[in-house]
Write a protein that binds this ligand. Structure first.
Ligand code: S3P
Length: 457
């Protein structure tokens, strides 16, 4: 596996678009796709996955699961491709021959750290320049209590060496942060430990791990703590998992980009089919509706334990609001694109409790504020709050934005460029492949004016 650091940058330009129209289907959910491959690799027999996100992050997880002994095949092509995983059973993975490169994926790295901590072998994990800056201490701290040992660079940075334990201790871990990555790392280690593993967190983060554990037959009890403050998940370790069928819904975090573009480009009317609307993920759409957005859910249904609907989005004026910190876990990946919506809304939008944005693929609080200011928007940070003021008119635009290997920053500014008075350029669109490999063609199909460009022109 090679690191993507060496891939040449591909600049792109977005300019004022005519009304966006049509029906589109965004690719599969990134969080669910990682978990489908990991749990398939821990099950005995065949797991079939349809709708898997074939983005860089998930393909890294597939490569790592193969390196640990799972057999994984892709069959068919295009949107009808299916993925087939033959696992080795809980406790059945084997020592990888080489360094495990997680690319840009914080989720892959943290989940895999949980898994690898519970095996009696040593592995080495690295990632791209963005991932090597992100903190792993948040998983090293709990996982070290199972008996595993971790040797990282300073401040818990990758590359790190994981010396797994043959007898993982079950944990009762009180996480200081509402993070599905931390929770899932502890639960994946706990799957290999005897008895009960318990994780609590200060607020509920996305629960795809708990849902998929149940789908594979693991005994899971989870829910909000009494009084509504905090959340707890309890699992019974050392289950026998057997292969399952998994249908991955469209990623709401990807749907966010064409949805906000359709809200902002006057005259637009777009339908986004098959979008996952897990209540712990749908915070952006609730927030946009509160800002006055015309978003309707059609064809609401359940698929493989996850709520799904088609989003029908029509352009219209938005107004600024305060987004409380409690909502952050349900839309943590959506603040960059919400900030773009806020820049076009009338009045002040205050987004509170965004400390976690500082440790994503980039420092998203700083990257968004700087990029918006460069585009003529009144934006600043007050501690962990992002404040954006709009006047209901399109921002100036006309800037070139450095995206810092961050796919969601790249896509957010390509949306802003479609509504701004002057075009917006990003220095590198290649990172969109991380989570939304067909972002450019999908956006163009509904009418977006986005093109690849030469950096110097
Ligand atoms: C993810 C959890 C989130 C999110 C990431 C995917 C997951 O991170 O930002 O894109 O799949 O578990 P945290 O839970 O650490 O906030």
């Amino acid at each position: 596996m090679t690191s993507p650091d060496s891939i040449p940058a591909v600049p792109a330009v977005a300019s004022k678009s005519a009304p966006l129209k049509g029906v589109a289907r965004v690719p599969g959910d990134k969080s669910i796709s990682h978990r489908a491959l990991i749990l398939g690799g821990l099950a005995v027999g065949e797991t079939t996955v349809s709708g898997l996100l074939e983005g860089e992050d998930v393909l890294r997880t597939a490569a790592v699961m193969r390196a640990l002994g799972a057999r994984i095949e892709r069959r068919g092509g295009g949107p009808d491709a299916s993925w087939h995983v033959w696992g080795q059973g809980v406790g059945g993975l084997s020592e990888p021959e080489d360094v495990l490169d997680m690319g840009n994926s914080g989720t892959g790295a943290r989940l895999m750290a949980g898994l690898l901590s519970a095996y009696p072998f040593t592995s080495v994990m690295t990632g791209d320049a963005s991932l090597r800056r992100r903190p792993m201490g948040r998983v090293i701290t709990p996982l070290s209590q199972t008996g595993a040992r971790f040797f990282s660079r300073a401040n818990g940075r990758l590359p790190m060496c994981i010396v797994g334990t043959p007898l993982p201790m079950p944990l009762a871990y009180d996480s200081p942060v509402a993070s599905a990555q931390v929770k899932s790392a502890v639960l994946l280690a706990g799957l290999h430990a005897p008895g009960e593993t318990v994780v609590t967190e200060p607020a509920a983060s996305r629960d795809h791990t708990e849902r998929m554990f149940k789908h594979f037959g693991v005994t899971v009890e989870c829910g909000h703590l009494a009084g509504g403050k905090g959340y707890r998940a309890v699992i019974q370790g050392q289950p026998e998992l057997t292969g399952r069928a998994i249908v991955v819904p469209g990623d709401p975090s990807s749907a966010a980009f064409p949805a906000v573009a359709a809200l902002l480009v006057p005259g637009s009317h777009v339908t986004l089919q098959n979008v996952g609307l897990n209540p712990l993920r749908a915070g952006l759409f609730d927030t946009l509706k509160e800002m006055g957005a015309d978003i309707a859910y059609a064809n609401q249904r359940d698929e493989a334990g996850e709520p799904v609907a088609d989003l029908v989005v029509k352009a219209g004026a938005l107004k600024g609001i305060t987004v409380p910190a409690e909502r952050a876990p349900s839309m943590i990946d959506e603040y960059p694109i919400l900030a773009v919506a806020a820049a076009c809304a009338e009045g002040e939008t205050r987004m509170e409790g965004l400390g976690e944005l500082r440790v994503k693929e980039s420092d998203r609080l700083a990257t968004m504020v700087n990029g918006l200011v460069a585009c003529g928007v009144d934006a600043h940070a007050e501690g962990d709050t992002m404040v954006v003021r709009g006047n209901g008119n399109p921002p100036k635009g006309g800037a070139t934005i450095g995206v810092h290997l961050d796919h969601r920053i790249a896509m957010s500014f390509l949306v802003l460029g479609q509504v701004a008075r002057q075009s917006v350029t990003i220095d590198d669109a290649s990172s969109t492949a991380t989570s939304f490999p067909n972002f450019m063609p999908l956006m163009r199909d509904i009418g977006s004016t986005i093109v690849f460009s030469d950096a110097k022109s």
